[in-house]
Ligand binder design. Sequence first.
Ligand SMILES: CCCCCCCCCCCCCCCCC(=O)SCCNC(=O)CCNC(=O)[C@H](O)C(C)(C)COP(=O)(O)OP(=O)(O)OC[C@H]1O[C@@H](n2cnc3c(N)ncnc32)[C@H](O)[C@@H]1OP(=O)(O)O
Ligand SMILES: CCCCCCCC/C=C\CCCCCCCC(=O)OC[C@@H](O)COP(=O)(O)O
Length: 287
Amino acid sequence: MDLSVAQGLLICLLILVPLLYEWSPSFKFFCKMAFFYSWILALAVLAIPICAVRGRNVENMKVLQFMLLHIKYLYGIKIDVKGWENFPLKEPYVVVSNHQSSVDLLGMMEVLPSRCVPIAKRELMYAGTAGLACWLAGVIFINRKKTDDAISVMSETAQTMLKEDVRVWVFPEGTRNHDGSMLPFKRGAFHLAVQARVPIIPVVMSSYKDFYNIKENKFTTGTCVVRILPRIDTKGLTPDDVADLADHTRQTMLSTFLQLSSTPCPASGEHAGHTPCSAERETHDVQ
Ligand SMILES: CCCCCCCCCCCCCCCCC(=O)SCCNC(=O)CCNC(=O)[C@H](O)C(C)(C)COP(=O)(O)OP(=O)(O)OC[C@H]1O[C@@H](n2cnc3c(N)ncnc32)[C@H](O)[C@@H]1OP(=O)(O)O
Ligand SMILES: CCCCCCCC/C=C\CCCCCCCC(=O)OC[C@@H](O)COP(=O)(O)O
């Protein structure tokens, strides 16, 4: 009797869940996000023993990268990379990139250079298996609530970059930004580049608005363009130049973001492919 009740419930679930998945966009979005995080947590279980053999080491980032690369296929997201030649081959550098969502992980893993570690909020270290995998791969954790601590971690990072030939990936917006533009940049990444006297390599990921929108519960298949921009040199710059450096980098990235994310204006007809109507709107939004 108990068994048949359990069987009945299971059959109901097996019918209801796919129906709900198709009918309710919110449920579909929830399932896709839940699977995204759960799958990463599960992959981390496999990654941890492999990485543990080497101990905490930036080379472990390659293991994580290799294990995460297939996720774009699971979600039908095409990642179109432009500007590979702009990554310097040998020297250390600071990559700065826009931050729209945790889905950025896919674009990041697509282009992550060798010996490059992200700077992440400290909370990620406590994200179970994923946190441990990140720690083993040398991810640099900062406490955003304690500016002085974050600054001293970043100053140590400047030394490590030069001593151990490490590159660093920073999201200078400092938080996820779902609004289709770019937040003002925090200055840590730029201080880091000036202190280490290494170039900045801006990386821009185009807007996800066509396939991902948290407010509309939209998560469909789609294409993201990732553009690696030419280096911005910092040799000879001092801390006094950091504000201008950050502003200049943001302007360059924002105009690339708007260009990559522009959509044809329906009102202007079919030849309006180069008219960035949404881009113009976004430019006004960020003023
Ligand atoms: C297979 C299984 C896999 C499982 C794992 C899967 C994961 C794989 C790995 C991927 C991991 C990716 C993780 C990515 C996560 C992304 C994030 O977490 S984003 C959030 C964290 N990142 C950041 O916050 C970086 C950007 N923030 C900064 O740079 C900030 O400046 C700050 C250093 C944190 C400080 O911020 P804040 O307190 O808000 O203050 P500010 O206004 O920016 O600065 C105050 C003041 O200090 C000056 N300053 C800043 N930095 C320095 C410095 N290094 N040296 C000297 N001075 C500095 C700054 O200029 C300000 O002074 P000013 O006079 O106003 O100019
Ligand atoms: C490109 C970053 C993507 C990292 C994704 C790691 C996935 C780890 C899997 C499971 C852990 C569940 C915890 C979810 C943590 C989401 C990570 C993330 O995206 O960090 C956001 C961070 O930046 C800025 O934080 P806030 O937007 O200020 O809150």
